[in-house]
Structure formats: structure tokens, C-alpha cells
Design a protein around this ligand. Structure first.
Ligand code: AMP
Length: 312
């Protein structure tokens, strides 16, 4: 097995979504699906761990496999697949949940095969932090563990999240989540508090406005991409995380500079993902489009030093 192999654990879903640009029912979604597909652009044999019900269309599994994703860790249980029903208004940074039906996810207890335990790059997408801890305890010797969460767990499992914060290498949260978790409206202060609690690094996703990266001694601001095609933001955070971990694993370079590049790759993947519903845009995405958009974002943030030395 490749020593930079990737493990992604999270939800596999059938989503019903309404945005100002349309409505789709029972489409392929889930945090692990978006992250896994996005990571598969960088590494073959991304390992997906999750659960589906007996109603989950086999064609979706075949589709994931067609991207070289290893689906041995997708457990099939009697019952219904996890469903999320949500909508967005014109501020598409804010998802509104209509209904969450955990179904088989409610009793999911991730069982890691030896190939999963040996993975070096791990993304624990949004799900119960106690289960995230359970997965973490089974990993042999990971190089990077990145963890995402959401408001639901911040409200209901704060203590477990504190343990996760200490154990992970990268905490990913969106701006409203980190404000809620650290109880301050100020993002740099919230990130500092998280680092004081033991986080090694923090990525704050700001939807269409880019992302921020904090460690104890550094700060990096990833610019936004001026998104003109925007149909459905579902999965933006997870495709960001998939691209981020995928690029880190592909390069095997854990320097600060490469973290920055990986964050931009994450932004690029998210920016493509939101161009259509479900994973439709990722289906047609080409590597050369990724390279082109990366370069555009890089140029947006370039500027020269001040040229005046004397103010008077
Ligand atoms: P995001 O990247 O945050 O937009 O993630 C979107 C995906 O998260 C959707 O496809 C949903 O199926 C999934 N999702 C929504 N709520 C939950 C939840 N409570 N636990 C796990 N996954 C969820």
C-alpha cells in the first residue's frame, strides 16, 4: 500500500436541495462523497469509510469506484440511507436545514480494516465527534489528521470536540462555527483560542470569501475566486477539505509553504464544486482547469511592496 494513502470518513447521503437556481431530489451527497471525489483528483485509491442503507443505488458506488476510490469501507446496512434536506437563499453561505434523517448513520460504528488503519493522510469529515475520536484511536501512525465539524456538534458535544481539537493536526471550521465554538465574533481571536486549547493549526472557511489559516506563529489569507457560476454550495467545505488533503498527500510535503498551496487547491476544488448540483461539476472537471484556476487565484493576491520610503 502506498505510504501516502488517504482515508476519508464521513456521511454518504441522498440529498434534497433547493437553491435560487433549482431544486433536486435524492441526489448523491454526503461529506465523505464530496471530500473523497475531490481528493481522488490527486491520489488514486482514496479510501472511503461510511455507511449506506439498502436503498442506496449501486450506480453511485460504481461511480465512486470509477474515480479509483476504494469503497471496501462503505458498509451496507439494512434500512435507509442518511438523508439531508436543505435550502439556500441568495446568501448561499448559509445552509438552512429542513430535515435531517440520520437513518443508518444513527447506529454507524466505523470499523477500520487494516488498510484504513495504515492510512497516513486522514480527513474526518463532519460527523459525531465521539466517532471521530473512535476512528482516531484506531489509526496506526498518521502524518496528518484533518477534522471538520458543524454547529450541531458544537451545541451538543462540546467536550468531545475539545478532545478532537487536541488530537488533530488541522481543524477546519467555517466562520460562523468557529465564532460559535469559541464564543467570540472575532475570527483571529477565535483561532488563537482554539490554538491555546491545543489545536496545531486552524483553517477557517469563509465560503465565497476565501479562507484563513492560523498556526501559533503564522497566518495566511487565501483569496476568494470571483465566482460567477454558482448553482449549489452543498459540499463546498468537503470538496475544499478533499482537495487540501489530496494535494498534501500527493506531494508528501508538510512545509508551511505547501500547506498554503494545498489551501488554494482546496479553494479551487470548492469553487468548481459549487458550479452545479451534487457532484455534477466534478464529473466533468479536468486537471488543466484546476491548474488554470489555481494560477488565476495566485495572481489575484499578488501585489508589490510599497515604493515610497519617505512619507513627507
Ligand atoms: P458541506 O460541505 O458542509 O456543504 O456538506 C454538505 C453535505 O453534508 C451534504 O451533502 C449532506 O448530506 C451532509 N450533511 C448534512 N448534515 C449532516 C450531518 N448532521 N452529519 C453528517 N453529514 C451531514
Amino acid at each position: 500500500m502506498d505510504e501516502n494513502s488517504i482515508l476519508i470518513v464521513g456521511s454518504i447521503a441522498l440529498d434534497t436541495i433547493k437553491t435560487p437556481f433549482g431544486e433536486k431530489k435524492e441526489i448523491l451527497g454526503g461529506s465523505a462523497v464530496y471530500a473523497g471525489l475531490s481528493a481522488s483528483f490527486y491520489k488514486k485509491n482514496v479510501n472511503l469509510l461510511g455507511v449506506v442503507g439498502s436503498d442506496f443505488p449501486q450506480k453511485h458506488i460504481k461511480f465512486l469506484e470509477s474515480y479509483g476510490i476504494n469503497t471496501e469501507g462503505i458498509e451496507k446496512q439494512q434500512g435507509k440511507t442518511f438523508r439531508w434536506d436543505g435550502y439556500y437563499e441568495y446568501d448561499m453561505n448559509q445552509a438552512h436545514t429542513v430535515k435531517t434523517k440520520l437513518n443508518v448513520l444513527a447506529t454507524f460504528n466505523p470499523k477500520l480494516l487494516p488498510r484504513h488503519k495504515a492510512c497516513k493522510y486522514v480527513f474526518l469529515a463532519n460527523f459525531d465527534p465521539d466517532l471521530q475520536l473512535e476512528v482516531l484511536s484506531q489509526l496506526k501512525d498518521p502524518k496528518i489528521v484533518a477534522v471538520d465539524t458543524m454547529d450541531y456538534w458544537i451545541k451538543n458535544k462540546r467536550k468531545s470536540l475539545h478532545k478532537i481539537v487536541k488530537a488533530a493536526d488541522v481543524i477546519l471550521m467555517n466562520d460562523s462555527e468557529i465564532r460559535q465554538f469559541m464564543e467570540t465574533p472575532n475570527i483571529p481571536i477565535a483561532a488563537r483560542r482554539l490554538i491555546e486549547l491545543g489545536a496545531k493549526s486552524v483553517i477557517v472557511k469563509k465560503g465565497e470569501h476565501g479562507a484563513l489559516f492560523f498556526t501559533e506563529s503564522t497566518h495566511f489569507s487565501a483569496p476568494s475566486y470571483p465566482q460567477e457560476f454558482f448553482r449549489d454550495p452543498t459540499g463546498a467545505g468537503d470538496s475544499f477539505a478533499g482537495g487540501f488533503i489530496g494535494y498534501l498527500a500527493k506531494t508528501g510535503d508538510l512545509s508551511q509553504e505547501n500547506f498554503k498551496k494545498s489551501i488554494i487547491i482546496g479553494s479551487v476544488m470548492a469553487s468548481f464544486n459549487v458550479e452545479d448540483f451534487s457532484v455534477e461539476r466534478l464529473k466533468t472537471l479536468k486537471h488543466k482547469e484546476i491548474v488554470k484556476r489555481f494560477e488565476m487565484i495566485r495572481r489575484f493576491s499578488e501585489f508589490e511592496p510599497l515604493s515610497i520610503s519617505n512619507w513627507m
